[in-house]
Design a protein around this ligand. Structure first.
Ligand SMILES: Nc1ncnc2c1ncn2[C@@H]1O[C@H](COP(=O)(O)OP(=O)(O)OP(=O)(O)O)[C@@H](O)[C@H]1O
Ligand SMILES: [Mg+2]
Length: 265
């Protein structure tokens, strides 16, 4: 059974539109987009550069208001920053003067969570992603992949029900990226939070997600919505399987149909 089956939607986009007024006129970034995301689902969004992915995620995080339509998370309409969410962006954005564990604990300080319990959880998360020995290292003593793992731990410290990630692994080399994808899968399998991941990589989307939504060139609309029915946990070697390749090919064909190509080429 896939994670999407028979579940109530937790996130609901209804006829969401977003346009920006600029000096050279109005730019429509998202056009009448409706999408349901189930509680506990891992959804990946792929689409051509500049099509409106980040805009969509910012709207879901409540950091920008849709021009029309609505977004609900749980029982609440999004009309301001969704402070309960865990958010990871492309760069790890760690504070250079704080160690790895102290960076993770920033989340606890902001939310005024119990320091002792938070520290224990931070250390456990760091250990889950193979950084037990690096908890007291400073960011400049960590590789890019390690820093990105610390950022993941920070986003998950408060056990958010919703985790939003915009190209979190985009800056990593291919091998490190594979490793952090495995870590991300493990963390999600344990937490079962609802994840929305934006990625340029079709392979990454298929590897991680329960469902991949392909967006059109700007303004973003849904071009395809593809459930990924591969067993979990998934392993790097599974990428050679026929089933995996078929999903990647189907999504790549969708990109070609839209007149664009992906980063995986
Ligand atoms: N604050 C803004 N003001 C004006 N235009 C904006 C603003 N934010 C985004 N846009 C425009 O909206 C469109 C979508 O941008 P967005 O950042 O959502 O794309 P994206 O799909 O995330 O791209 P990428 O894959 O390159 O990250 C672009 O044409 C962009 O120029
Ligand atoms: Mg973007």
């Amino acid at each position: 059974m896939t994670a999407t089956a028979c579940r109530e939607p937790f996130i609901r986009f209804r006829d969401v539109e977003k346009s920006f007024t600029t000096r050279s006129g109005t730019v429509s970034a998202v056009e009448r987009l409706s999408l349901d995301i189930a509680d506990g689902e891992f959804l990946a969004i792929v689409g051509p550069s500049g099509c409106g992915k980040s805009t969509l995620l910012m709207a879901l995080a409540g950091l920008t208001q849709p021009t029309a339509g609505s977004i609900d998370v749980g029982d609440e309409r999004v009309d301001g920053p969704v402070t309960s969410a865990g958010i990871v962006f492309q760069g790890a954005e760690l504070l250079s003067w704080r160690t790895a564990v102290e960076n993770v604990l920033l989340q606890a300080e902001i939310r005024k969570l119990d320091p002792e319990a938070s520290r224990a959880r931070a250390l456990r998360l760091l250990s889950d992603v193979g950084l037990a020995a690096f908890a007291d290292h400073y960011p400049d003593e960590l590789s890019g992949g390690m820093q990105q793992r610390v950022a993941l731990c920070r986003a998950l410290l408060h056990e958010p029900r919703m985790v939003l990630m915009d190209e979190p692994l985009g800056a990593l080399d291919a091998i490190t990226r594979d490793q952090v994808q495995m870590d991300l899968q493990q963390l999600w399998l344990r937490s079962r939070s609802t994840v929305v991941l934006i990625t340029h990589s079709i392979e990454e989307a298929v590897f991680l997600a329960d469902r991949v939504v392909v967006l059109t060139p700007r303004p973003a609309r849904i071009a395809a919505d593809i459930p990924i029915e591969l067993d979990r946990p998934r392993h790097i070697a599974d990428r050679g399987s026929d089933a995996f390749r078929d999903y990647v090919t189907a999504i790549r064909d969708e990109f070609s149909r839209l007149g664009v190509f992906s980063d995986d080429e």
